[in-house]
Ligand binder design. Sequence first.
Ligand code: SF4
Ligand code: SF4
Length: 354
Amino acid sequence: MAADANSSWGLRFITLVALKQSPVSGDLALARGGWVKLICGASNQDLPAISDLCAVYAAAGVHCVDVAADEAVVRAARQGLDWVQSQWGYRPWLMVSVSDGQDAHFRKAWFDPQRCPSDCRRPCQRVCPADAIAGEGGIHASRCYGCGRCLPACPLGLIDLEDRRLGLDDLAPMLAELRPDAVEIHTAPGRAEAFQSTIAALMDVQLPLQRLAVSCGLEGHGLTVHSLARELWQRHDCLRRYGQRPLWQLDGRPMSGDVGAGTARAAVALWHGVRHLAPPGPLQLAGGTNDHTILHLPENDGPAGVAFGGMARRLLQPWLQEAQAREISLRDWPEGWCAAVAKAQKLVRPWLSR
Ligand code: SF4
Ligand code: SF4
């Protein structure tokens, strides 16, 4: 469905207003503390939604979109970014996420619906933030991003999580194919050797990366801020050996769903704790980040930027769902596009103007 002339002008206008907020490159934004990244989800494979999410947040001015290291996902993300670039000449970096070991971000839930009692009221469905659990059936694997919220919701314990990491042997060929602008490695304590092997595989591909991001947090690892800083220094030494420029992603509360002021505090508290102990390189908040995050930061001080995941996706859910129901892209539905960009802009703008 094509936009009519008036709607198309409305769409162009609102997006131009949004893009006026993002005149700086990713590097400059990191230096100024105004960097913003969209996290689509390291396991999210909902291609139409990813394409539209990337387009909307690129139009709102984010500096980077972070997606699964998966050919179809990267193609969908590029479609959204290509479209924004063709309309307004602006293009954020495309980052793909990988992991050097087991990680909550790289898994998917599943259950066999045939085992569910017919009178089950499906609490699993109600708690899923990605609408990945179908009316009568099981889990849409492409939509599930492994947050794990449905597991405790099932009274019969029928739901399991599967590890969906890219193996080390597949990493180099996959990255050679995808050719992203940036890569993020999710790491955890005690995995310095696995991290080194992952970097070595990555360097084999000789990609001209804008940044190599390292994501790590305290939760679930039994770390203190001091031990986390030690781990980051180990990663830093490794990155230096390979001449890579790091970007440290502080994962305040992994897979939190970003539901309120409480989750926002976790990432800010982590930044406060680690900021004077961490190795050189920009520190960026993630995990539990939402529209409250910026309110917890001092006015003239703060991290290099922020990444929005669950909240960024949830904000656009009504329009993404409606577009999917109409079997069109949000880009071909001017009213939906304008409303979605305005929502995204509201989340992103306070950071872009820092
Ligand atoms: S609640 Fe989370 S883990 Fe469960 S199906 Fe939904 S996205 Fe997947
Ligand atoms: S809550 Fe458990 S039993 Fe009920 S539909 Fe979900 S997986 Fe099946």
